[in-house]
Design a protein around this ligand. Structure first.
Ligand code: ADP
Ligand code: MG
Length: 292
């Protein structure tokens, strides 16, 4: 590409809200063979609603459990956390973040905290191991309705669970199909359950070619190394930093992404419109084809 073509492509991209940190990313973008998407907050909106919240013990009231869970979740920045806090508010429960001791986040698994002499772990199936519980929930099947599940362990026993759902972003289907028409392989990488991944894939009419679920942040990074390069990874920054750093091109979703994502990404989407991904690859291809 000529300096002028590069400059034109960068400024065109910037005008449509796509910021490239440097012109050399354009060349890689023009050659991209694979685009990997994070699910929660990237393919989907990350705007969860709690559908169901259950206690599993007769002597543990829903309100008590909800108070504990919402207090610990109020210290998390995960998209699921806000939904739990909102749900607690329906029961007039006010979460108390300052009552929570020893808060800890396990990326891709869940969270931990202590309050009212309860040692509590909240998260997906994997969190059972952290909670040192004997009862690991079954692998979620279609029977879970494709919802995202949260399990709650109190002092080592499974005390309750909740389910939540969010929806695919409106432009996702179009973006994936556009990438396919450009001969680019599309991949979904998620820390969520197989059932929740299948639900998103279903909403996209099975358009994504490869779907991998129940991944830890480092699993996502490992898989990216195995895909045909150059690989672009697009994520919302929550638990995606290793994958964004490993990809040949890390694309982070703009303004409501974490500061870490902004650090890690080579490209920042100022809007959360993932249709910009095929668009910017086309721009890059056009800039490079001029001189090839
Ligand atoms: P994705 O890869 O789809 O973006 P994440 O890596 O953000 O998903 O999260 C993976 C899983 O970890 C979630 O589906 C959830 O089960 C669990 N998890 C992470 N953080 C929390 C939290 N604050 N509360 C409950 N569960 C959590
Ligand atoms: Mg995510």
């Amino acid at each position: 590409s000529t300096p002028v073509a590069t400059f034109c492509a960068l400024s065109k991209a910037a005008k449509s809200g796509v910021l490239l940190k440097g012109g050399d990313h354009l060349e890689t973008l023009a050659k991209v063979k694979t685009v990997a998407f994070d699910k929660t907050g990237t393919i989907t909106t990350g705007e969860f609603v709690v559908n169901e919240f259950r206690t599993l013990h007769a002597d543990l009231s829903l309100k008590t459990l909800l108070y504990w869970v919402a207090s610990i979740e109020s210290k998390s920045s995960h998209p699921m956390a806000k939904a739990v806090v909102d749900y607690a508010q329906l029961y007039s429960i006010k979460p108390q973040p300052e009552a929570v001791m020893e808060f800890h986040n396990y990326p891709g698994e869940g969270i931990h905290g202590k309050l009212e002499s309860q040692d509590i772990y909240i998260g997906n199936r994997r969190i059972a191991l952290r909670a040192r519980s004997e009862t690991m929930p079954e692998i979620e099947s279609g029977a879970s309705g494709g919802k995202t599940r949260g399990y709650v362990y109190c002092n080592g026993t499974l005390a309750g669970w909740f389910s939540l759902s969010d929806a695919c972003r409106s432009g996702t289907f179009q973006a994936v199909n556009e990438l396919k028409s450009m001969n680019i392989l599309t991949v979904m990488l998620t820390g969520d359950s197989h059932a929740a991944a299948a639900q998103a894939q279903n909403q996209l009419q099975e358009a994504i070619e490869i779907v991998r679920a129940e991944l830890l942040p480092e699993d996502k990074a490992r898989i990216i190394k195995e895909l045909e390069a150059p690989v672009a990874m697009i994520g919302d920054g929550i638990n995606d930093a290793p994958a964004l750093a490993t990809a040949d091109i890390g694309i982070s979703m703009g303004l409501d992404g974490s500061a870490l994502a902004t650090e890690t990404g080579n490209i920042i989407l100022m809007s959360n419109d993932i249709r910009k991904v095929p668009e910017v690859i086309k721009l890059a291809r056009a800039a490079y084809n001029k001189v090839i």
